[in-house]
Design a protein around this ligand. Structure first.
Ligand SMILES: *Cc1c(COP(=O)(O)O)cnc(C)c1O
Length: 392
């Protein structure tokens, strides 16, 4: 279908999805696909989860919007639920990931200003992705995405991912924060060494820098804990999340821990839609599902199964350079560009994503079962082997 009224920001799109149920989606021709993309780590509970649908319908007939001039019951309840799930202290709600990061960056700048630093700097990492607004684009460590949008905001320095030395080399007296994805998503599902994040936490403590974790993609159960930082024994000062929080209803959140919670004061920040009744009631239903007994254990089990199965089928295959992941966030890196695999997978009734040019990224719904994991493994294994054979 021609989409002439739509600006060409997403390139050529060939498939129209019209319906979803659980881990499956259907296109306009009636073909069914196993969805290993989940709307880019959004529909963790699968498509049209009854608890989510109920929350939306209920709230739509109760109160959709009223603005933050008034208290909003589901907003307060969602704040409580996220604090309970994470051990963080306070929440600010936005409508997207980039906006959650904007809140985090404003906290970092005000934190610096209050310390008497006139030009505060935030260190981010190479291959990072933090969003498409001007501040988050400036924070992003990927020249391809940034190209054409200079001048960028000042106050961002980039350091190599997974290297404490690189962070130290990028630091100076103006440094106020380090902002990082616990697992880089768009950058290729890059998982750091086990020691890296705890060491970074320690460094930030020593230097008086805020540790800002961008958990927009890794949050809400994706890596097998509610937030990825919970794999380690520390708290970030600031955490952002979005994608999986609303299971498809747009919502983001910026959470704070400790003194960072008191930096933004009345009048400092806000959003017309942020935390509105519809979005927060829906996200509350999502958090309730993810925090149910056994849910996150299931994600861990399925994640381990998926990773182990791929190591078995593709681990020794020439042309496959890395297989890595955490929970149900998996990357299979090839030694060559492999964007064509997206269409090939579709012909095999499977939706996959390719990121960073040469990495297959799998982000299946968290409710996926063992049989569906096996289906992903057999389809991806087959198309990767065929792809590598015909290319050689
Ligand atoms: C998707 C993503 C963003 C941007 O979120 P939007 O909702 O698209 O603004 C920022 N950071 C990370 C790590 C992401 O995965």
């Amino acid at each position: 279908m021609a989409s002439s009224a739509i600006m060409n920001t997403y390139g050529t799109r060939t498939t129209t999805l019209t319906r979803g149920e659980g881990v499956y989606v259907w296109d306009s021709e009636g073909r069914r696909y196993l969805d290993a993309v989940s709307g880019i780590a959004v529909c963790g509970l699968g498509h049209c989860h009854p608890a989510v649908t109920d929350a939306i319908c209920q709230q739509a007939s109760t109160l959709l919007h009223c603005s933050n001039l008034y208290l909003i019951e589901p907003q307060l309840a969602l704040g409580e639920a996220l604090i309970q799930a994470s051990g963080m202290d306070k929440a600010f709600f936005s409508n997207s990931g980039a906006e959650a990061n904007e809140a985090a960056l404003k906290i970092a700048r005000k934190y610096g200003g209050e310390k008497g630093i006139a030009s505060p700097e935030v260190i981010t990492t190479t291959n990072s992705f933090h969003g498409r607004t001007m501040a988050t684009l400036s924070a992003t460590g990927n020249e391809k995405i940034k190209k054409g949008f200079a001048p960028y905001l000042s106050g961002f320095v980039h350091a190599e991912f997974n290297s404490i030395d690189a962070i130290l080399a990028a630091a100076n007296d103006n440094t106020v924060a380090v902002m990082i994805e616990p697992v880089q998503g768009e950058g290729g599902v890059n998982v750091p060494d086990d020691q890296y994040l705890p060491q970074l936490r320690q460094l930030c403590d020593e230097k008086g820098w805020l540790l800002i974790l961008d958990e927009i993609q890794t949050g809400n159960g994706r890596t097998g804990t509610y937030f990825a930082f919970q794999h380690y024994g520390f708290f970030p000062d600031v955490l952002t999340t979005a994608k999986g929080l609303g299971n498809g209803v747009p919502i983001g959140a910026c959470l704070t821990h400790g003194p960072a919670s008191d930096i933004l004061q009345p009048g400092n920040h806000g959003s017309t839609f942020g935390g509105n009744p519809l979005a927060t009631k829906t996200a509350l239903a999502v958090v309730e599902q993810i925090t149910k007994d056994g849910f996150l254990t299931h994600v861990q089990t399925m994640g381990e199964l998926l990773l182990a199965a791929f190591k078995e089928t593709l681990g020794e295959t020439a042309g496959v350079t890395h297989i890595r992941g955490k929970g149900l966030m998996l990357g299979i890196e090839l030694d060559r560009p492999c964007g064509d695999l997206v269409e090939i997978a579709k012909l095999n009734h499977l939706l996959i994503n390719v990121t960073a040019g040469n990495t297959i990224r799998l982000l299946p719904p968290l409710i996926i079962n063992e049989e569906q994991v096996q289906e992903i493994v057999s389809t991806v294994t087959k198309i990767v082997q065929d792809f590598l054979n015909t290319e050689n």
